[in-house]
Design a protein around this ligand. Structure first.
Ligand code: HPA
Ligand code: ZN
Length: 344
């Protein structure tokens, strides 16, 4: 099959996205529109000047800008508009289910009530479902550069609305903030009956992946791309079928790898790891999910069976019900059959 046909096949696949930060979907145009609406001024002359600042050399250099831009998010309508803008783009990439991270501490620290954030994001999810049929869930992330005590305070704020939260995660500055710091917080999250995930092995060492599994009970590993530095960690991920939510363009833009052809995702897949592809912070990293697929295909030239496996992994690794997963996988199978690739 020629590569053009294969990338069209991949872009057209129904799929799930399991690693996207809603604050990371804030496009410069929307940032300026919200700033105007809220009577704020951004420390950049215009959208082009803001975009020019997207020149990162590490996770921290990105996070500094990401937290600064989030300051334009003030009202429930701001969060709703942000969610809708993301869902429209995701739906255009044939994402039919998405599990979305949000960082309440970024907002509550600025005096925005937790409920304003949650109400706005949920309103966006409801409207997105009605407009594009896309299904979405919310994963509350704790900022790991903050303390355990602050994470517990955020969890206490979230608990009255626990039925509206689908899981918990851990993000922000990885180096020096190991999963062990949040062992007790995550024990409480699990006691509330929620699945948990953690960023690990993005900039941090493979030992953080082991900690996320052993100490936090992480059901997936967000990134995990440094696993290959420890063969025992890779063997465990494969043996236990732990999903990895890999974000290729993010890893290039944050200098985890120099070039896409040096990315470990090909080797992880070949070793049998349950890799999924995701966009992470698409407004900042050069593209949404299908942009990631195009960049991966240019470097790896995957065959139809590999694309099928990646899409199937995205559904299997989701926190949806078994019935939802079965329905989506049947759609995926039908899509491949219709394209002349009966892979299901
Ligand atoms: N890593 C850690 N924290 C984050 C990221 C990321 O890629 N994106 C948003 N917060
Ligand atoms: Zn992330």
């Amino acid at each position: 099959m020629n590569p053009n046909t294969l990338i069209d096949l991949a872009c057209g696949m129904p799929k799930a996205e399991l690693h996207v930060h809603i604050e990371g979907t804030l496009e410069p145009e929307l940032a300026f529109a919200l700033a105007r609406r809220n009577g704020q001024t951004l420390p950049y002359a215009d959208e082009a000047a803001l975009k020019a600042a997207y020149d990162f050399d590490s996770l921290q250099s990105f996070l500094d800008l990401y937290y600064a831009c989030a300051d334009v998010l003030r009202t429930a309508d701001d969060f709703r508009d942000l969610m809708l803008a993301y869902l429209e783009r995701a739906a255009a990439d044939n994402v039919i289910h998405t599990e979305i991270f949000f960082d309440p501490q970024t907002h509550t620290a600025r005096g925005i009530p937790f409920l304003t954030v949650l109400d706005g994001l949920e309103a966006g999810l409801r409207e997105g479902k009605a407009r594009w049929g896309i299904s979405g869930r919310l994963i509350l992330c704790f900022l790991r550069h903050l303390s355990e005590e602050e994470a517990f305070a955020t969890l206490a704020e979230a608990e009255p609305y626990i039925d509206r939260i689908d899981g918990f995660g851990l993000d922000s500055s990885e180096k020096g903030n190991p999963p062990s710091k949040f062992e007790r917080v995550f024990a409480r999250c699990r006691a509330l009956g929620k699945p948990v995930v953690a960023h690990a092995g993005e900039e941090g060492p493979p030992a953080y992946i082991s900690e996320a599994l052993d100490l936090l009970g992480s059901a997936r590993i967000d990134h995990g791309v440094r696993a290959l530095e420890d063969a025992a960690v890779v063997a465990r991920l494969v043996r236990e079928g732990v999903p990895l939510t890999v974000c290729p363009l993010s890893n290039i833009r944050l200098c985890v790898f120099e070039e896409m052809n040096q990315h470990t995702l090909g080797k992880l897949l070949a070793d049998g790891a349950k890799v999924t592809l995701n966009s992470d912070d698409p407004a900042y990293f050069g593209g949404y999910l299908n942009d990631n697929l195009r960049a991966v295909q240019s470097a790896f030239n995957f065959d139809a069976a590999t694309w099928y496996r990646l899409a199937r992994n995205s559904f299997e690794a989701s926190f949806a019900t078994e019935a939802e997963k079965a329905g989506w996988i049947a759609r995926l199978d039908a899509y491949f059959r219709a394209a002349g690739h009966p892979l299901g």
